[in-house]
Write a protein that binds this ligand. Structure first.
Ligand code: FAD
Length: 114
């Protein structure tokens, strides 16, 4: 595999991670159980500790203190992830993404075909 420059590798890692996060939120239960809510909250906090880019992880942890994960419903979780991604976009000088109808923008391809 060709060696990627640091900036390219960091950007690819970011794109993949955001894709996973937004797609997870688009499939998160509309009415989660207490256990599901705890699982999502823990997942996000563990991700912020273990994320391989140190600078990103540090910033993400600060963001989580200001904007704790919203786990009460699919819409709340999807909107939260979109808003937090926009905070990172803002910091990096990127465009702000339109969060309306965000779930439809992240299909998982896992709907059952009957
Ligand atoms: P990305 O920001 O990766 O977005 C990918 C695609 O998602 C976009 O093309 C667009 O279609 C869509 N999108 C954009 N905004 C949203 C949104 N708000 N909601 C839903 N979809 C959206 N990089 C750094 O250099 N410094 C950091 O501190 C840093 N922190 C990060 C923290 C986390 C938790 C993550 C996951 C990544 C971080 N990154 C950081 C990487 C950075 O956010 C980008 O992923 C990377 O720069 C590549 O950017 P991109 O322009 O390809 O689009």
């Amino acid at each position: 595999m060709a060696h990627l420059g640091n900036a390219t590798a960091k950007a690819e890692l970011g794109r993949s991670t955001w894709k996973l996060l937004h797609t997870m939120m688009s499939r998160y239960p509309e009415q989660p159980t207490a256990d599901e809510r705890t699982a999502l909250d823990q997942f996000i906090h563990l991700l912020s500790r273990l994320y391989p880019c140190g600078e990103c992880a540090e910033h993400f942890q600060k963001l989580l203190k200001l904007y704790p994960p919203q786990t009460s419903s699919r819409i709340a979780a999807s909107q939260w992830a979109c808003a937090v991604h926009n905070k990172v976009n803002e910091r990096l000088g990127k465009l702000i993404f339109d969060c309306s109808d965000i779930e439809a923008k992240y299909p998982c391809g896992c709907e059952s075909v009957e």
